[in-house]
Design a protein. Structure first.
Length: 319
């Protein structure tokens, strides 16, 4: 009986040890990804890179424009817009670029896809009704329906993490302002009010804050505010350069954005408080619309010089 107990304890210890070892190795080989689009190869294509700017690769290859990538919440798919069929339509593909297929088929353009947090729906902007409106559809492209129904321009939807609200930008008050709307199209309300323009809302992963871009200081800057529009504050504070298109990291600790200097856009990242602004891309072409993956992706080798630990390094600090 004593031998049986000793053997059982040994088996349990062995299983726990192996499980922990595999978990540690898996954690060490997980790395966050950032999708963006660039014209570095002559036309707009979609690229992926590690969150430190390494391992850059192109995942679309089409003579038309492929733009505005956005990850599905499980990280397995990417929705994007393309004019490969004559006008902008919404497409999806696997996260490695395979199995590209069109979801919308409209004579008016369809842009700026945004996944619902359960991956069952996609919001987007469409001109199929004559002016830009916020639509939603099932993730397979079925049941597209208008949510905003307003004669002004409504664009760039962003789904809240709890799935109950969509933020978007609208010109219904004369200039771009950020609005939120319940997912059934009801209770539309404005949460910014500045004559300079506010656009490109992006929810923090916990749903408590919204990052956005604003020209209230004379040039485009990245701001954040509470989800109800309170406590708006400037994060980038660039007196002459333009900062646009914010995107939160999945842990809410960082924000990717684009930074315009010398007539071109590059992808940057910073801490969520605006500190540690650093360059992730450095190319003569424009790199635009960074979108952080919601989950880490396995496959990066571990550097033996760090003792088996995955170390993230960042680019140059923005001057």
């Amino acid at each position: 009986m004593k031998r049986v107990v000793i053997f059982a304890v040994f088996v349990v210890f062995f299983i726990v040890f192996i499980s922990n070892t595999l978990s540690d190795e898996l954690a060490q080989t997980q790395v966050a990804q950032i999708a963006f689009y660039s014209n570095r190869d002559g036309n707009s294509e979609i690229y992926l890179m590690n969150a430190d700017g390494t391992n850059l690769r192109r995942i679309t290859n089409n003579p038309a424009k492929d733009e505005c990538p956005v990850w599905s919440p499980n990280g397995k798919m990417i929705a994007f817009q393309s004019d490969r069929d004559g006008n902008d339509e919404i497409y999806v593909m696997d996260a490695d670029g395979k199995n590209q297929r069109r979801l919308t088929n409209s004579p008016g353009w369809d842009n700026w896809p945004a996944w619902s947090p359960d991956s069952k729906m996609i919001a987007f902007a469409s001109r199929r009704s004559g002016n830009a409106e916020i639509f939603a559809m099932n993730a397979d492209g079925s049941n597209p329906h208008n949510l905003t129904n307003n004669p002004a321009v409504d664009e760039r939807p962003a789904w809240s993490p709890d799935g109950k609200i969509i933020a978007f930008q609208s010109k219904r008050d004369g200039n771009d302002e950020i609005y939120i709307i319940d997912i059934d199209g009801s209770y539309q309300r404005r949460i910014t009010n500045n004559s300079a323009g506010n656009s490109s809302p992006a929810w923090s992963p916990d749903g408590k804050m919204i990052a956005f871009q604003s020209k209230r200081d004379g040039n485009a800057e990245i701001y954040i505010m509470d989800a109800d529009g309170e406590n708006q504050r400037n994060l980038t504070n660039s007196p002459t350069d333009w900062d646009e298109c914010p995107s939160w990291s999945p842990d809410g600790k960082m924000i990717a954005f684009i930074f315009a200097r010398d007539g071109k856009y590059e992808v940057y990242a910073m801490n969520a408080d605006g500190e540690n602004q650093h360059n992730l891309t450095n190319n003569p072409a424009d790199d635009v619309w960074p979108r952080w993956s919601p989950v880490a992706v396995t496959g990066q080798s571990v550097d033996p010089d760090t003792g088996g630990k995955l170390v993230t390094t960042w680019g140059a600090i923005k001057k």
